[in-house]
Design a protein around this ligand. Structure first.
Ligand code: GLU
Length: 491
């Protein structure tokens, strides 16, 4: 027997996916996977001025990047299509006719300018604006004249005026508003396009959506959609409204809050696993102290009962931490493949003929320290640079003179060049021996070597780095550093 759980994510195609919508998508996905239900993708594009296929692709890219595949809907197909609202206009039209015929909707010829005057007046009188039903109350002859005139009109839903609109939210419990608060919503605009609230109700019914799971910013809409559903004789889905996302200072997470688009996190080198894990914890609590969850673990652990009512605070530090956890958990070949686009983009490597073994060895050394993939170019560049041009003063050992540092580096070069095998132990034995011979602390000797071969003072462990660089690169760089220091001393 088929499972009756059917949920949907219904993005408006804006070219980008906001993290709030990504979180909503994830919760729908988890709920569907956990219940063996169907996860549907619909494109809500009737409110958009103009939405191109590219805008849609931008949104879909982020869903795919997060690994949230949909079973039915746009591009996937299914028996409730089309799944793009702008292709469903004739379906909406039939319901508009029905509502007009049974008196649940009416035409309104009020112009935007006329409505503006009323809106301003309401504002001055500090009361909420409600459409005064001017066109509903027109005398029959007047209405007939307007209909004949061909003047542009919108279609409004006649909202109930009495009683309450109630529903039981799976997260928030009983939700009620007084019908007196509702307005006669525009359901079809002057250009003939249905509005979101109208199209959504029809689609949710025709697509047999069992649970509408969406952000609490839609509570307002839900109270307006329910009377429309009743007027059309539809059964209601169950509703679950997810907590709003806020900044740590409790302000609404918005454009000014830094990156709020999933694509930006991808560009900043966050792994999809970390983003998914992070979003899962934004409004849902597992009920224990576990914080690291794979997508499969989330499917098993998730429940709507554990979705919080309180706003969820977006703590970027948590994402940074999770990203490190996931980076360290990857195999080196996997981390390498994920880093390649960043390295190529920064010009550190040429994506085509790069020595994969060398690249993997280098990345393996950085794996512990790497916080995100976007850092890869700046921490790995020295492995691929033709020369590293260290600053001469950084080649001077601590508490030693430039001249002594120079002869120490010369000894290092001589001794290393004699090594029979280029491995960790012989290199380490050689350099520690030299430090002892010079009467230096190991660190005094190692820092100038580090700088000479990498150009940096902070790198992965020295001997491992030298092994990966190989004897040829190491010795060439040491020789160049020696020349640079000698020239600096001579000046
Ligand atoms: N297109 C709406 C949005 O992106 C869908 C809301 C809903 O789930 O009904 O917010």
């Amino acid at each position: 027997m088929g499972n009756s759980v059917r949920v949907r994510i219904a993005p408006s195609p804006t070219g980008n996916l906001h993290v709030g919508n990504a979180r909503t998508a994830l919760y729908n996905y988890l709920f569907a996977r956990q219940t063996g239900g169907t996860y549907i993708l619909r494109i809500d594009d009737t409110d958009a001025k103009r939405s191109s296929d590219e805008d849609i692709e931008g949104v879909l890219y982020s869903f795919r990047w997060m690994g949230l595949d949909w079973d039915e809907g746009y591009e996937a197909g299914g028996d409730c299509g089309p799944y793009r609202q702008s292709e469903r206009l004739s379906l909406y039209q039939a319901h508009v006719e029905e509502l007009l015929a049974n008196g649940h909707a009416y035409r309104c010829w009020c112009t935007p300018a006329e409505l503006d005057v009323l809106r301003k007046r309401a504002q001055q009188e500090r009361r909420p604006f409600r459409y005064p039903q001017t066109c509903l109350l027109l005398a029959a002859a007047e209405r007939a004249a307007r209909e004949r005139s061909g003047a542009p009109y919108v279609i409004r839903f006649l909202s109930p005026r009495e009683g309450t609109v109630d529903f039981l939210d799976l997260v928030r419990g009983n939700m009620r508003v007084d019908a007196a608060e509702l307005d006669d919503l525009v359901i079809v605009r002057a250009d003939g396009m249905p509005t979101y609230n109208f199209a959504s109700v029809i689609d949710d019914s025709q697509m047999r959506i069992s649970h509408v799971i969406r952000g609490a910013d839609h509570l307002y809409n839900t109270h307006r959609q329910i009377p429309i559903a009743f007027a059309l004789g539809f059964d209601l889905p169950a509703y679950a409204h997810l907590p709003l996302l806020t900044n740590p200072d409790r302000t609404k997470l918005g454009k000014r809050s830094g990156a709020v688009l999933v694509g930006d996190y991808a560009k900043q080198g966050y792994l999809p696993e970390a983003v998914v894990n992070f979003l899962a914890l934004l409004g849902w609590n597992p009920g224990d102290t576990q914080e690291v969850f794979s997508l499969e673990e989330l499917v098993a652990a998730f429940s709507l009962e554990r979705v919080n009512r309180a706003n969820a605070v977006f703590e970027l530090q948590k994402l940074v931490w999770l990203n490190g956890v996931y980076i360290r958990s990857l195999t080196v070949p996997d981390l390498t493949e994920r880093s390649v686009p960043f390295l190529a983009e920064a010009g550190v490597i040429a994506a085509e003929n790069v020595d994969r073994t060398y690249l993997q060895d280098a990345i393996g050394l950085e794996q512990e320290r790497l916080k995100n993939l976007a850092e890869a170019p700046s921490v790995l560049d020295f492995f691929f640079a033709d020369d590293v041009t260290p600053e001469p003063k950084l080649l001077v050992a601590k508490k030693q003179t430039p001249a002594d540092s120079l002869s120490a580096l010369q000894r290092v070069h001589e001794q290393l060049a004699l090594l029979a095998s280029w491995d960790h132990e012989p290199i380490e034995a050689c350099l520690r021996g030299l430090a002892a011979e010079l009467g230096w602390k190991a660190g005094q000797l190692f820092m100038p070597i580090r700088v000479a071969i990498t150009g940096k003072t902070a790198t992965p462990p020295l001997f491992e780095t030298m092994v990966v660089l190989g004897s040829e690169r190491t010795l060439t760089r040491l020789a160049a550093a020696i020349d640079a220091l000698a020239a600096d001393i001579a000046e």
